[in-house]
Design a protein around this ligand. Structure first.
Ligand SMILES: NC(=O)c1ccc[n+]([C@@H]2O[C@H](COP(=O)([O-])OP(=O)(O)OC[C@H]3O[C@@H](n4cnc5c(N)ncnc54)[C@H](OP(=O)(O)O)[C@@H]3O)[C@@H](O)[C@H]2O)c1
Length: 267
């Protein structure tokens, strides 16, 4: 069976480890390395623990890099000699696969961008690799599907776009929920009731959009009766520029993702 080493055993590593155990992956085939012994103590039973990244990686077929983006260059460079012949999967936001390949001395790299609902296994994960084999791609997809849905992309630039859309996307929806809850409170509904109404509406709308064969645009049209309440609200959102604002917001996140990659490895 494939042996995995997680370098960094924080939130995203623990989400993937938990998801894999849930799917029947044998805990003893996973090693997690982290300098924080409290983090190591909190790992599920059976998972091997190590304070030494090199030792963890040297026993693995696949090394999954789960450290903060600003740590990636030094961590991968230190591991380079051990990474030969192994697959390196990185979840570090903004860090380009091309840089990971350079720092690792030519190891095959798969760059992934999960989002925060991965922590409850409802994430969206974008993946990209320039050189992984079909078998390596299938393996990465199996591993990452432990925390949500997966989709492949064609370039590092695409992954910066994924970062802007689904990576940062949960916060856009949280912001919308926050604004709707505040609007309910401003109308005189209690905060608790407003929260219940808004969160369940968000959940129902997302589930309906995912399950329906119709586009979100058509679903919106279906509930917008001429002269009705929904139309009155949507007219205000359109006239105050919701689509243009969202376009500008996603572009800002995309440019910031590019900057983060540049900062990690200036060209
Ligand atoms: N959480 C998410 O929803 C999410 C979504 C998308 C992408 N990501 C990416 O996932 C990566 C990890 O994020 P996270 O939320 O899991 O962060 P986290 O909870 O802070 O986990 C990172 C872990 O790495 C440890 N670490 C620090 N230096 C290390 C080293 N040299 N060797 C090994 N481990 C080391 C940290 O220990 P200390 O705390 O002691 O420093 C910490 O336990 C980031 O690159 C982030 O961009 C996360």
């Amino acid at each position: 069976m494939t042996k995995l080493a997680f370098i960094g055993a924080g939130r995203i590593a623990q989400a993937i480890i938990g998801g894999l155990i849930n799917q029947g992956f044998v805990a003893a085939n996973m090693t997690a390395a982290d300098p924080d012994t409290r983090i190591l103590d909190s790992l599920p039973e059976g998972v091997q623990r190590s304070a030494d990244n090199l030792q963890a990686a040297s026993d693995a077929d696949v090394v999954i890099l789960c450290v903060k983006p600003n740590m990636t260059k030094s961590v991968v460079s230190d591991l380079a000699s051990t990474l030969t012949g192994r697959l390196l999967i990185s979840v570090a936001a903004g860090i380009r696969a091309s840089d990971l390949t350079t720092w690792s001395g030519g190891t095959t790299v798969i760059r992934c961008m999960p989002n925060t609902p991965a922590l409850i296994r409802q994430g969206m994960v974008g993946l990209y690799s320039s050189d992984a084999s079909t078998e390596q791609r299938t393996l990465a997809e199996e591993l990452l599907s432990a925390v949500g849905s997966t989709a492949w992309f064609e370039s590092d630039d695409d992954l910066d776009k994924v970062t802007a859309l689904s990576g940062s996307g949960p916060a856009y929806f949280f912001y919308l929920m926050e604004a709707m809850i505040d609007a309910g409170v401003a109308l005189g509904i209690s905060e608790d009731a407003s929260r219940t109404l808004v969160l369940n509406t968000a959940l129902g709308a997302a589930a309906m959009a995912v399950e329906s064969a119709e586009s979100p645009s058509q679903l919106r049209a279906n509930v917008t009766s001429p002269g009705g309440t929904t139309e009155a609200a949507l007219k205000v959102l359109a006239s105050q520029g919701l689509p243009a604002n969202m376009d500008a917001a996603v572009r800002a996140a995309y440019h910031r993702a590019i900057e983060l990659g540049e900062n990690a490895s200036p060209r």
